[in-house]
Design a protein around this ligand. Structure first.
Ligand SMILES: NC(=O)C1=CN([C@@H]2O[C@H](COP(=O)(O)OP(=O)(O)OC[C@H]3O[C@@H](n4cnc5c(N)ncnc54)[C@H](O)[C@@H]3O)[C@@H](O)[C@H]2O)C=CC1
Ligand SMILES: NCC(=O)COP(=O)(O)O
Length: 335
């Protein structure tokens, strides 16, 4: 077994008007005594002033020596001054640069992985950001020269569940047309490989959820299960992956909680996120699978109201930091 030295995690500042600065400072207070969870944040030092002692660093490796005493901040230029709770589109270029820099640190093995603070997607779209979210943007940044971007898979971890998504930020009406047997096979392979590599499960058991009520009742109330999902499950089983046919969406998460499955692949964003957020509103983590770098995130958004009121909770960010560190450890042990 190879053991490479631990690296700090790179946190992005996220939307500076959102909860990111407050939860980052709060996470530092709670984690500063755990050197295995050392991190630095890429952002404007002023964002954290008054919430934590701040130390500017000039390279990711400086964070390890600083973390116990102060929040290590790698300064990002040109972050406009914003008010908590007051989104400001002029911050968009800096928000995007922080994500790009953190990803480059992880790709260069200067950071063990990246943990992204929440962004306001509509605000970024309004300034021309061409990606649905971090998931697809980080994948784009991970593309090798001349090669297509790796296919990223969003998985939520929380409340005793792991739930990967077959479709993410698309209209519900577009979901049936977006489901495709070959794509579900590729998705199942990515989820199975990640559960082994990053979560230490030698032979993970995975379930597809159905799209239609009762998983389509044998094609009588929707045929995506018999036409698309079950054929993908069959092909995955032929590849040696323990994959169920489509299970009814109203029971598959209870089955997973009871121990029948290590992960569920949900067909839509809300089908997957509702059980995780209902079971674990504060502690859920969003993980991107299928990338050469570790990337996690809190599963909540910018929470402008909590940012303005000073009531933002760091629980989900802390869970995201813990999970990223565990995944980075697993990859260091078996690169
Ligand atoms: N990973 C990311 O960057 C994500 C970004 N978003 C973005 O967040 C923005 C706001 O989305 P919403 O649907 O309002 O979801 P939200 O998660 O920001 O807020 C929903 C409710 O939960 C509360 N809440 C969320 N996190 C909290 C925390 N840490 N502490 C205390 N209260 C908290 C909020 O105050 C609000 O009442 C959107 O622009 C969306 O694009 C949403 C989800 C993930
Ligand atoms: N609802 C989850 C979400 O919006 C996270 O998206 P991403 O920014 O992690 O791609």
């Amino acid at each position: 077994m190879t053991h490479l030295p631990p690296l700090p995690l790179a946190l992005t500042m996220g939307d500076p008007a959102g909860c990111g600065p407050a939860i980052t400072a709060a996470a530092w207070h709670q984690l500063r005594a755990e050197p295995g969870l050392a991190f630095y944040v890429i952002g404007a030092p002023a964002l954290y002033a008054g919430m934590a002692p701040v130390r500017e660093i000039s390279a990711p490796s400086d964070a390890l020596g600083v973390f116990a005493e102060a929040l290590p901040v790698l300064p990002l230029a040109d972050v406009p001054a914003v008010q908590p709770g007051q989104p400001d589109a002029s911050a968009a270029p800096a928000i995007i640069r922080a994500i790009a820099l953190a990803t480059s640190h992880a790709l260069a093995h200067q950071a063990g992985g990246l943990v992204t603070n929440p962004i306001n997607k509509a605000l970024l779209y309004g300034t021309g950001f061409a990606y649905p979210g971090h998931t697809e943007y980080v994948a784009h940044l991970c593309a090798a020269p001349g090669a297509p971007a790796p296919r990223p898979v969003m998985m939520l971890v929380g409340g005793g569940l792991r739930v990967a998504l077959a479709t993410i930020h698309i209209r519900l009406a577009d979901v049936p047309g977006a489901l495709d047997t070959a794509a579900l096979v590729a998705l199942g392979e990515i989820v199975a490989a990640a559960l082994t590599r990053d979560f230490g499960l030698a032979t993970p058991r995975i379930a597809f959820s159905g799209l239609n009520p009762h998983a389509g009742e044998n094609g009588t109330i929707g045929d995506e299960e018999v036409r698309i999902i079950n054929p993908a499950a069959h092909l995955l089983r032929q590849k040696g992956i323990d994959m169920s046919d489509a299970r009814p969406g109203d029971t598959v998460f209870a089955e997973a909680l009871a121990g029948a499955y290590d992960a569920v692949i949900a067909m839509t964003h809300d089908q997957g996120l509702i059980p995780v957020k209902t079971l674990d509103l504060w502690g859920g983590v969003n993980v991107t699978l299928g990338l050469p770098v570790v990337r996690t995130s809190p599963d909540h958004g910018t929470a402008y109201d909590a940012a303005a009121a000073g009531t933002a909770r760091p629980d989900s960010l802390i869970a995201a930091i813990r999970l990223a560190a565990a995944m980075a450890d697993a990859r260091r042990a078996t690169p």
